[in-house]
Every structure is written in structure tokens, then in C-alpha cells.
Write a protein that binds this ligand. Structure first.
Ligand SMILES: C[S@@+](CC[C@H](N)C(=O)[O-])C[C@H]1O[C@@H](n2cnc3c(N)ncnc32)[C@H](O)[C@@H]1O
Length: 309
């Protein structure tokens, strides 16, 4: 614990306990019930190792490989954002809007670990659920979580740039939405991927919901982001261009194309983004714009209904 304290790790006691539980494969009750228990040399060495990792600032979830979300256990790796409790507000908002919809068809954009799509599939047994991400590694992790939660028959995972499919192509050029400078582009080598602009999967028609916790941090505000997030979580899961809207802006446009009239777009947003995001929702195209605060009263979710013409 002193070691974590010295390394400026917040809540050192809790972290030390979490890592000890991980090394022993035990729960908190066991730790408190057996204060006399001595570590074997192997356990002590392993504990030293994980404490050293944690002291570098690596989040404990990337060390233990797990994070709970919506009461479900998710495996996580540095390929995906660690699911955050505030994202449960997004799940709650969609469940509220989905009440009375018989067989909701929904897409989770930027699924990462799969936490939002899988929580919704878990709660909505009749829903047709798709989950997309630009990152192939994230999709692999999301698929693994679906299998662990026995939801793999319920959710289809697709690689997309927002809602547009990604195809392998030599020397593709895609806009780098996570770049530190405005309008920068990346040349992606041949084994990587490109999206086919202007088309969406044929499944993405007449959707009831487009749901997303997109990357939304502005590179211009990178200095305000926690060091552990900057150093350990995937850049493409956190940052979205200089202003933070490089994923949200095309998402609003593509969601409008793929939702049915009366269908809902529901987005998690950053703490100061409400006006910027609401301004993207043209009143000629969207109705009934709702902003849901989190437990601290910070606007956390924006939902809008596609206008019926
Ligand atoms: C903030 S994370 C959210 C992950 C997960 N849904 C959650 O709530 O924990 C954003 C996710 O969007 C993905 N992403 C970033 N840019 C994207 C794009 N252009 N198209 C699709 N997904 C994208 C990232 O790979 C990352 O998994």
C-alpha cells in the first residue's frame, strides 16, 4: 500500500486489496476472514509484480483483466476503453425509450468491450442487436465478452467507420478522426482497412435505435485528461479530433440515414458538450431532444427522435 501511495496512485488501500484478491483468486470476504494468511513465495512475487505495474499508473482493470458494468462481468484489455459507471445512464435512457417497442432493432456504435450492446441485449431479449467498432481488436474483445455472457447468438459484430462498413484495400486513406491536429489524414498500410464512403450495411435500415458512447474528448483539451487515461487507454476510444466532434458529427448524419422515422439516437457526451451536440441536431430533422444528467447533474446523455415526415 505504501508503494502505491508513494507512486501517487489514488485509493492505495483499495487498489492494494483488489490486486491481492486478484493474485489469490479470492474475494474481499476471504481477505478479511483470513488476516493471518501468509503469501507463498510465488504469490508474493506475483503480488510484487502487479503492484509494480499499478505503480506505473496502469489501471487495475488492465492488470486484473476485468470490469463490472450493468452487473455483468466484462473482460478488458488495453485494446478497449474500461467501461465507466456513468455509461450506465446511456443504457438506462435507451431502456426507457424502448419500453413498448416490440422488437427493437438497434446498433451500438463504438462498442469497445461490448458493454453497452451486451447490457442492452441482456435487458431486451427480443431486440435485434448490432455492435460496430472501427477497431478490429476491440471487436475481438467484444465478441469474447458476448460469448462469456452467452449473448453471442443475440448480437452481431461488424467493423465499421461509424456506420459505414470497412473493407480491406491496399493503401487506403481514411480521415484520422483521432488526430491531434485538425484535418490530418493517415495513410493506412495495405493490411489495414478503409471504409466505403456513403454506404451502410443493408441491415442498417429502419433502425429503432442508434446508441453510442463515442470518443468525444477534444485534443485541444488533452491536458485536462487524466494521465492514466492518456497513457493506457486507446487513443481512438478517447479522442475525436481537435474539437472532439469528429465522430459525433458523422454519427448524427449517418444515424439520421439509418433510423426509421420515430427512431432514436442516444449518445453519451462529454461534460461540456451539450450545446455543441444539440446544435448538430437540426430541428428540421430531429424532434423531442432530451438531455439526461448524471448523478452529479452533468449532462451525460443526449437523445433525439428522427422526425416523421
Ligand atoms: C468511448 S469508447 C466506448 C467503448 C464502449 N462502448 C464503452 O462505452 O465503454 C469509443 C469506441 O469507439 C470506437 N471508435 C472510434 N472511432 C470510431 C469510428 N470512426 N467508427 C466506429 N468506432 C469508432 C473506439 O475504438 C472505441 O471502442
Amino acid at each position: 500500500m505504501e508503494r502505491l501511495d508513494a507512486a501517487d496512485v489514488g485509493s492505495p488501500r483499495m487498489n492494494a486489496e483488489v490486486l491481492l484478491m486478484f493474485v489469490l483468486g479470492a474475494d474481499r470476504a476471504y481477505l478479511y476472514a483470513h488476516p493471518e494468511r501468509e503469501l507463498t513465495p510465488e504469490e508474493a512475487a506475483r503480488y510484487e509484480e502487479v503492484l509494480a505495474q499499478r505503480a506505473t499508473g496502469m489501471p487495475s482493470q488492465y492488470i486484473t483483466g476485468h470490469q463490472e458494468f450493468w452487473g455483468l462481468d466484462f473482460v478488458v484489455s488495453p485494446a478497449v476503453l474500461i467501461p465507466r459507471p456513468e455509461t450506465e445512464h446511456l443504457v438506462e435512457a435507451v431502456l426507457e425509450l424502448a419500453r413498448g417497442v416490440q422488437r427493437p432493432k438497434l446498433v451500438d456504435v463504438g462498442t469497445g468491450s461490448g458493454c453497452v450492446a451486451l447490457a442492452l441485449a441482456h435487458e431486451l431479449p427480443n431486440a435485434e442487436v448490432y455492435a460496430v467498432d472501427l477497431s478490429a481488436e476491440a471487436l475481438e474483445m467484444a465478441r469474447a465478452n458476448a460469448a462469456r455472457l452467452q449473448l453471442d447468438k443475440r448480437v452481431r459484430f461488424l467493423q465499421c467507420d461509424v456506420l459505414e462498413p470497412v473493407f480491406a484495400e491496399p493503401f487506403a486513406v481514411i480521415p484520422d478522426r483521432h488526430a491531434a491536429t485538425p484535418n490530418s489524414h493517415d495513410v493506412i498500410p495495405s493490411e489495414d482497412l478503409r471504409s466505403s464512403r456513403g454506404t451502410c450495411f443493408s441491415e442498417f435500415r429502419d433502425l429503432d435505435f442508434v446508441v453510442s458512447n463515442p470518443p468525444y474528448v477534444a485534443f485541444s483539451e488533452a491536458d485536462k485528461v487524466q494521465k492514466s487515461v492518456q497513457e493506457f487507454e486507446p487513443t481512438m476510444a478517447v479522442f475525436a479530433g481537435w474539437h472532439g466532434t469528429d465522430v459525433i458529427a458523422p454519427l448524427v448524419e449517418q444515424a439520421h440515414r439509418t433510423l426509421k422515422p420515430g427512431g432514436w439516437l442516444a449518445l453519451e457526451i462529454g461534460y461540456s458538450m451539450r450545446d455543441e451536440v444539440v446544435n448538430l441536431l437540426s430541428p428540421t430533422m430531429w424532434d423531442d431532444i432530451r438531455v439526461v444528467p448524471d448523478l452529479q447533474g452533468i449532462p451525460r446523455v443526449v437523445a433525439a427522435k428522427k422526425k416523421s415526415n
